[in-house]
Design a protein around this ligand. Structure first.
Ligand SMILES: O=C(O)C1=C[C@@H](OP(=O)(O)O)[C@@H](O)[C@H](O)C1
Ligand SMILES: C=C(OP(=O)(O)O)C(=O)O
Length: 428
């Protein structure tokens, strides 16, 4: 499905969607537990993949209007009756691959074309170091994967610059092992705040995991036991980034995002990025409300080492801002649903922007009247679709964004929200 987005303004108030990262972790943590209620979950294509995995391992997930009742598999998983299809979700594949290492038998994991081209090798290698069986069927470090155990824990050495999800996966599974897992990082850790999110969720489930001098550590023999049997998911700052970008570019009378409370999410840095670019933006942290209105923006230099999912949003902001925006430390953003560094450079160039791509860096030469409408390819990637749609709000003439159904991965009602805020969008 495509969306035709015309130059238009937005305004009003909108509730932040629930966090994808917290929802995945809460569902799996409830799976490792006897069970739990997950309140205000994100129900999306990606989190449904984690629900399916928990069910495949012997749990069950019942959906209610504002909550999920998760029946856990309580520690070590059953051996699934069938292949686990992780669809488009990297988080699901990495987190539940480590779960498979706890099982007394083999689990087969696969996903869609995109997921089957993403790197899993370092996690497979880590499970092998723990004497698990962990193989890529094509011997290329990519899914389909065949993984089995049961692992007892131990020490692993792993690179930190490919995906933090490997660390999250090992910490979550490590608590269930007999001996725990010590993780030594071979490189600096990229996307580090996502491990902070993991440690925060584990703590809420009564599990201790912590940083060490060389990486992370989780003791074995722990049980997942959430206080009060319930966990509430906060709002999602990656999703909020599109709402704030729309406000800063196209809300003359302002736009308010509610449900935006502080948490461990690195992507709340979008607030600092916008303020540094000169946006008229205030965040009432106690009330969980961010107010932003249309502002003249100026280019900045920003590292996405900790915040890879903000790259598409910042690229669009940079294309409209006066002067040059330089996005650095971006290599790991190439390992997502698509290579987002190239995708954003190419699609915004098609809209008239001047973007220079290097391996680790994007340089955008912006200006208020740079963007013009074009037909752009959403690359079957939710974040490319959403950021190009925001660009369409300020481009001269109509922008057609292809493949908009992919917003289902993290922000299923994105286009309803956009229309509700007054944007001129037609879908066909
Ligand atoms: O753990 C998580 O919830 C995520 C970690 C990040 O991935 P990497 O650690 O692979 O960079 C991020 O890009 C992804 O959207 C969600
Ligand atoms: C990269 C993302 O997610 P995942 O790694 O779970 O596919 C994302 O949501 O941008």
């Amino acid at each position: 499905m495509d969306a035709d987005v015309s130059q238009s303004t937005v305004g009003g108030s909108v509730q932040a969607p629930p966090s994808k990262s917290y929802t995945h972790r809460a569902i799996l943590a409830a799976g490792y537990a006897d069970g739990a209620t997950v309140t205000d979950p994100l129900v999306s294509a990606d989190t449904k993949a984690t629900m399916r995995a928990v069910a495949a391992y012997g749990g069950a997930v019942e959906r209610h209007e504002d909550s999920l009742d998760v029946e856990g598999f309580d520690g070590r998983p059953d051996i699934p009756e069938d292949v686990i299809d992780c669809a488009n979700s990297g988080t699901t594949m990495r987190l539940v691959t480590a779960t498979a290492g706890l099982g007394d038998g083999l689990t087969v994991l696969t996903g869609d074309n995109s997921l089957r081209s993403r790197p899993q090798g370092p996690l497979l290698d880590a499970l092998s170091q723990l004497d698990g069986r962990a193989e890529s069927t094509r011997a290329n470090g990519q899914a389909p994967l065949v993984v089995g155990g049961p692992i007892d824990g131990g020490s692993v050495s792993i690179p930190g610059d490919v995906s933090s999800q490997y660390i999250t996966a090992l910490l979550m599974a490590g608590a269930i092992t007999d001996d725990g897992i010590e993780i030594d990082l071979e490189t600096e850790l990229k996307s580090a705040p996502y491990v902070d999110i993991t440690i925060e969720v584990l703590e809420a489930f009564g599990v201790d995991a912590h940083t060490t001098e060389s990486g992370f550590s989780v003791a074995g023999g722990q049980s997942y036991d959430p206080e009060g049997g319930e966990y509430t998911v906060p709002g999602d700052f990656s999703s909020i980034s599109y709402l704030l970008a729309m406000g800063a570019l196209a809300a003359p009378d302002g736009l308010t995002v509610t449900g935006a409370y502080p948490s461990a999410q690195g992507d709340s840095a979008i607030v600092d990025v916008l303020q540094e670019m000169g946006a008229d933006l205030t965040w009432d942290r106690d009330a969980g409300e961010i107010h932003v209105s249309r502002s003249g923006l100026t280019g900045i230099e920003v590292s996405v080492a900790d915040t890879p999912d903000l790259l598409p949003t910042i690229t669009v902001l940079g294309a409209v801002a006066d002067g040059t925006t330089t996005i650095t430390d971006a290599e790991h953003v190439r390992y997502k649903e698509t290579d987002r560094v190239s995708a954003m450079a190419e699609e915004l160039t098609a809209m008239g922007a001047s973007v220079e791509e290097e391996h680790d860096t994007l340089t955008i030469h912006g200006g208020e009247s740079t963007l013009s409408g074009a037909t752009v390819d959403g690359r079957a990637d939710h974040r490319i679709v959403m950021s190009l749609s925001v660009a369409g709000l300020v481009a001269e003439g109509a922008t057609t964004v292809e493949g908009i159904e992919h917003v289902d991965v993290s922000f299923p009602d994105f286009f309803d929200v956009l229309v509700g805020l007054g944007a001129s969008v037609s879908r066909e």
